[in-house]
Ligand binder design. Structure first.
Ligand code: C2E
Ligand code: MG
Ligand code: MG
Ligand code: MG
Length: 289
């Protein structure tokens, strides 16, 4: 509904800047209420090994179900949160929720990690490492259970400060991942300066993998670069079996995408995990690939 509304705005010839500003202010108010009322939730999308099918962990993705506007996409409300200072409570909320869920998986016998997205704003927040350390202690998890995903654009926005914050996070023992790799406007030189463990190839290249030789070349080059730098490489946006097989063949470490699973609410993810582990174990017994 919210998107429909935006589209209406786009085509309305007489739509004024004032209307848009008013809409924006309303949405900011709704978002603030949603954070305090607990109307935001977190879904989880598995990161799996393309060769064995083994589940390695999951990415936490925030969800907002607005009472009137329906589901609002994070691509729409994360920027609003960033512009208004709401990003700090939002990040803390997602972090606490994701870590508590990860601790629950481990109690159920699933030794998984969890990844949380950080916005550009958070990277210039010098108190972030302290807050992350506290969140880990609240959940009773070792720092290595947590991966923080950052985009190259976010890092480049304030390179000096970002690197300092990332170094403090790394010193805690948290794993760091560069998200949406290949879409930013930065040079490759920054990659070797960053204290990171993981690279995620953007889904725009992965979606066309099976049909587009250019995309296939970019994915293979990114895999080679990541591995040469000693990074774990993840491909996002794996939507079909052909892409999955190619990525397994090329030695991609982990995959994420609708072909494996959509992002799921916590109970759905638990069920998916139980079924998945049972079938992977059975494939092992039967000697299937
Ligand atoms: P991202 O971190 O790159 O997350 C991946 C996005 O791709 C997610 O969209 C996910 O649902 C979608 N996706 C996963 N598999 C497939 C696939 O096979 N095909 C296609 N077409 N898409 C796939 P989502 O959940 O709408 O999130 C969009 C972006 O919003 C994220 O991109 C991330 O940058 C941001 N975001 C989400 N949650 C948070 C959060 O808690 N904090 C912050 N700061 N940003 C968040
Ligand atoms: Mg991400
Ligand atoms: Mg991404
Ligand atoms: Mg993205």
């Amino acid at each position: 509904l919210y998107t429909a509304k935006l589209r209406r705005h786009d085509v309305e010839v007489y739509d004024s800047t004032a209307d848009r500003a008013a809409h924006r202010v309303r949405m900011i108010g709704h978002l603030r209420d949603a954070i305090t009322a607990g109307d935001l939730s977190v879904h989880y999308q598995p990161k799996t090994d393309p060769a064995t099918g083994q589940v390695h962990g999951a990415e936490a993705l925030v969800r907002w179900e607005h009472p009137e506007h329906g589901r609002v996409s994070p691509d729409e409300f994360i920027p609003l949160a960033e512009q208004t200072g709401l990003i700090r409570p939002l990040t803390t909320l997602v972090l606490d929720t994701a870590l508590a869920t990860c601790a629950e998986w481990r109690r159920q016998g699933h030794h998984l990690g969890v990844a949380v997205n950080l916005s550009a704003r958070s990277l210039s927040d010098t108190e972030l490492p302290t807050r992350v350390g506290k969140a880990l202690r609240r959940a009773g998890l070792p720092a290595a259970a947590l991966t923080l995903e950052i985009t190259e654009t976010a890092v480049m926005a304030d390179l000096g400060r970002s690197v300092a914050v990332l170094q403090d996070l790394r010193a805690l023992g948290v794993r760091l991942s560069v998200d949406d790799f290949g879409t930013g406007q930065s040079s490759l030189a920054y990659l070797k300066q960053l204290p990171i463990h993981e690279m995620k190839i953007d889904r725009t290249f992965v979606l066309g993998l099976a049909d587009d030789q250019g995309d296939a070349a970019i994915v293979r080059a990114a895999l080679g670069l990541g591995h040469a730098l000693g990074l774990r490489v993840v491909a996002e946006g794996v939507e079909d079996a052909v892409a999955l097989a190619l990525l397994a063949d090329w030695g991609c470490d982990l995959v994420q995408g609708y072909h494996v699973s959509r992002p799921l609410p916590p109970d759905g993810f638990q069920q998916w995990l139980d079924t998945r582990n049972a079938s992977v174990a059975l494939a092992g017994v039967l000697g299937a690939p």
